[in-house]
Ligand binder design. Structure first.
Ligand code: UTP
Length: 410
């Protein structure tokens, strides 16, 4: 652990000395805890406030990227399936569940995967995902390693839940949890907020650091020992998510491309979804708010939207490439948020409107670090039922309707 002098030096470098304002008042345990927080925080993220190393930096030259489309996939189904299922059976494919988010929009106080989406029976989000993975395990007659990323805030609850539910029938030897890194939250002047005299305000640092967090957790050795070559990364909130989908895996392997991303056709030009395209001839995801009106509405010769393939946070990455890019800097997204904090009187304030910034790196930026990416079109009513909000769009109700449409009893 770092000493108080070392902590002072770090904080001085980043002009955050106020973090130690109450240090002398703390008991020994609190002192240690504060020093260990200072040691673990990546302060260099703060540079994103005043340099170009953030997501607002200029985009390169954008061009549309075609996809292998649903009807074409149907025509090659047998071939893709065979290639994919062989790779899975030979232990070359693993899955990573990104479950470190805070799910603030859903407003559920436990990890999002613990949400019960059932109506007449219990059916948890985690359970839906495990069931989907079990479908593939049955077809492959082989277990698929599943790594689950949590954060310091939800790790204990997540593990306890899986244990209590007996891993929903999955083989626990093939499930491994790891914890992602945290980032500090700052006020609009870049000063880090404190939650109490001994606690720095921190939150999960986005889903972009999943692979480096795995490496730090010592899991690269496990990946290598198991002979894993491909990793399918996916979000916790899509209850229709197909995981380690043999057809997708097979299509990417057969394409000879370095990575793959599942996409759906945009419902209309203004749908708020990031699209997979080319940026300076490399695959890239452009967020809806980064697109000009012209890009949004541009049509192909066939009258379809040129930028029409929206991503659903389901990617297939190659382990060798992941290792190669692991140390590379990723763009930091600086996001305005409501951040609870301790004021100068020592009382906790829960702000009603955004009062500062959080820092996040995003998995979608990893796509631009790949030489190539296969856009693989799936049908949204079969594979895309995200639970983001309590009500309205992408909510519990819309996900339930889609589960029912796909024959899942609720
Ligand atoms: P979202 O962008 O939906 O963020 O995450 P969120 O934190 O879950 O939800 P809101 O925005 O607060 O409502 C997309 C996926 O990335 C994971 C989430 O768990 C989800 O599977 N994620 C997000 C992480 O694993 N870590 C993070 O730091 C952020």
């Amino acid at each position: 652990m770092i000493s108080i002098e070392q902590a002072r030096q770090i904080l001085e470098k980043y002009q955050q000395q106020h973090i130690l304002d109450y240090y002398d008042e703390l008991n020994e345990h609190e002192k240690k805890s504060l020093l260990s927080q200072i040691e673990r925080i990546d302060f260099s993220l703060l540079n994103a406030l005043d340099t170009d190393n953030n997501s607002n930096s200029e985009k390169g030259k954008l061009k549309p990227l075609g996809a292998v489309e649903a009807d074409e996939i149907a025509g090659c189904a047998d071939e893709y399936f065979k290639t994919g299922i062989d790779a899975i059976r030979n232990g070359k494919v693993a899955a990573v569940l990104l479950a470190g988010g805070q799910g603030t929009r859903l407003g559920f106080d436990k990890p999002k995967g613990m949400f019960n989406i059932g109506i007449n029976r219990e059916l948890y989000i985690f359970e839906c995902l495990i069931n989907n993975l079990l479908d593939v395990v049955k077809k492959a007659e082989a277990w698929i390693p599943l790594y689950i990323m949590t954060s310091e805030k939800n790790n204990k609850d997540t593990i306890a839940f899986f244990e209590e539910k007996n891993y929903f029938g999955y083989n626990s030897e093939y499930i491994c949890f790891f914890v992602q890194d945290m980032a500090p939250s700052v006020d609009f002047n870049g000063k880090i907020y404190m939650e109490s005299k001994s606690e720095i305000s921190i939150s999960p640092n986005g889903n972009g650091g999943w692979f480096s967090s795995m490496v730090r957790a010592g899991l690269l050795k496990d990946i290598k020992e198991r002979g894993i070559e491909w990793i399918n990364v996916f979000a916790v909130d899509n209850v229709l998510q197909k995981i380690a989908d043999p057809m997708f895996v097979g299509a990417v392997i057969q394409s000879g491309l370095q990575s793959g991303g599942k996409v759906v056709s945009k419902a209309n030009a203004n749908e708020r979804v990031g699209v997979l395209c080319l940026e300076d001839d490399k695959p890239s995801i452009v967020e809806y708010y980064e697109m000009t009106d012209e890009m949004r509405t541009l049509l192909t010769e066939d009258g379809e939207l040129a930028y029409r393939f929206g991503v659903i946070l389901n990617y297939l990455f190659n382990v060798d490439k992941l290792e190669e890019i692991c140390g590379n800097k990723m763009p930091v997204h600086v996001v305005k948020k409501k951040i609870p904090y301790m004021d100068e009187n020592g009382s906790t304030v829960i702000p009603a409107k955004p009062n500062g910034y959080k820092f996040e790196t995003l998995v979608l930026d990893m796509v631009h670090m790949q030489d190539s990416c296969l856009a693989y079109e799936v049908l949204r009513n079969k594979e895309f039922a995200p639970v983001k909000n309590a009500e309205g769009e992408d909510s519990v109700a819309t996900a339930r309707a889609l589960l029912a449409e796909n024959g899942i009893e609720l």
